[in-house]
Design a protein around this ligand. Sequence first.
Ligand SMILES: NC(=O)c1ccc[n+]([C@@H]2O[C@H](COP(=O)([O-])OP(=O)(O)OC[C@H]3O[C@@H](n4cnc5c(N)ncnc54)[C@H](OP(=O)(O)O)[C@@H]3O)[C@@H](O)[C@H]2O)c1
Ligand SMILES: C[C@@H]1O[C@H](OP(=O)(O)OP(=O)(O)OC[C@H]2O[C@@H](n3cnc4c(=O)[nH]c(N)nc43)[C@H](O)[C@@H]2O)[C@@H](O)[C@H](O)[C@@H]1O
Length: 319
Amino acid sequence: MNIDSKIYVAGHRGMVGSAIWRALASKGFRNLIGKTSQELDLRKKEDVAKFFKEERPNVVIDAAARVGGILANNDYPYQFLMENMQIQNNLIDYSLKTDVQKFIFLGSSCIYPKLALQPLKEEYLLTGALEPTNEWYAIAKIAGVKACEAIRKQYGKDYISLMPTNLYGPNDNFDLRTSHVLPAMIRKFHKAKLAGATSSEPVELWGSGSPLREFLYVDDLADAVVFALENQFSDNLYNVGTGNDLTIKELAIMIQRIVGHTGEIKWNSIKPDGTPRKLMDVSKMENAGWKAKIGLEEGIRKTYDWFLANQQSFKEVKI
Ligand SMILES: NC(=O)c1ccc[n+]([C@@H]2O[C@H](COP(=O)([O-])OP(=O)(O)OC[C@H]3O[C@@H](n4cnc5c(N)ncnc54)[C@H](OP(=O)(O)O)[C@@H]3O)[C@@H](O)[C@H]2O)c1
Ligand SMILES: C[C@@H]1O[C@H](OP(=O)(O)OP(=O)(O)OC[C@H]2O[C@@H](n3cnc4c(=O)[nH]c(N)nc43)[C@H](O)[C@@H]2O)[C@@H](O)[C@H](O)[C@@H]1O
């Protein structure tokens, strides 16, 4: 991979895509292409075909998708299945058809069975039933993993899939209905802290607080993507995470302390808990030579600082 390789970052404005763009630019890659969804709707096959024929990138990194937290996945199963299949299938198929040499597909830890042994190893894929709240998104992602695996097997191309754990950081989605838990907690605790005159107002969180989650700061993921770009991997599927998790309750207490909220936390058990745990086994990526660097406390502080500095412009994804 040389610094003049033409690299198309699909979804370059998103939380992950913008982090990958920053990481590539800081390493001196100077032939980067990005298109907004208004400029190029990746669900439209003909438009994607035209783009690839004109641009002919050497590398494609797929950070474009319909993305959301547990409620968005549960409320919009059709969009999470169909839009993600359309986006990834068009990107993968036209990459193959225009001889793109390297393709990095981004899946998610939710592709693994709900009750698989923990920590989750790559070989646990397709060994059991999926988590019902996001099985549609998971099936789309599994199809993407398999498409890249088939191209690797049949055409010998360097198409790989990275499975990140739950991600967070600058440019995340802070909409309280469609976001993931960490940005939602930052926004809720911050709002409740400001609302209270003498002490903070109470905060309502979802579920029981008992599920366990692993969180990776998005710049760490971007670093893993650049590592995968610059190295030849021997296999097609790699988990990307920290290898550590904590309960949602412990996360809430950590974020409450960092934000400076002093009120009550209420748990709304009508909202779903989702999968009880999805800790990734990250040894395969570590054996390949990559390890996460940014701890959760540091990552949350960075994200809260970004949130405070972007009060007027943070993203709220509506579906
Ligand atoms: N966030 C997580 O916790 C997490 C965890 C594991 C894996 N991932 C994966 O990481 C990738 C990016 O996630 P993210 O958190 O960065 O999401 P995000 O912030 O919502 O960004 C998604 C991007 O996809 C683009 N996009 C969506 N629909 C499109 C369409 N029809 N045509 C063209 N572009 C479209 C958007 O473009 P515009 O901004 O131009 O509209 C946006 O930039 C996804 O593959 C996701 O599955 C995320
Ligand atoms: C990485 C992503 O993981 C996602 O699963 P998943 O971690 O449960 O998605 P999250 O929405 O992050 O929820 C994680 C846990 O946090 C709880 N939670 C507590 N309060 C809140 C809140 O205010 N907002 C949110 N969003 N959650 C909250 C939620 O009930 C669940 O047990 C998948 O649905 C996606 O498809 C993707 O795979």
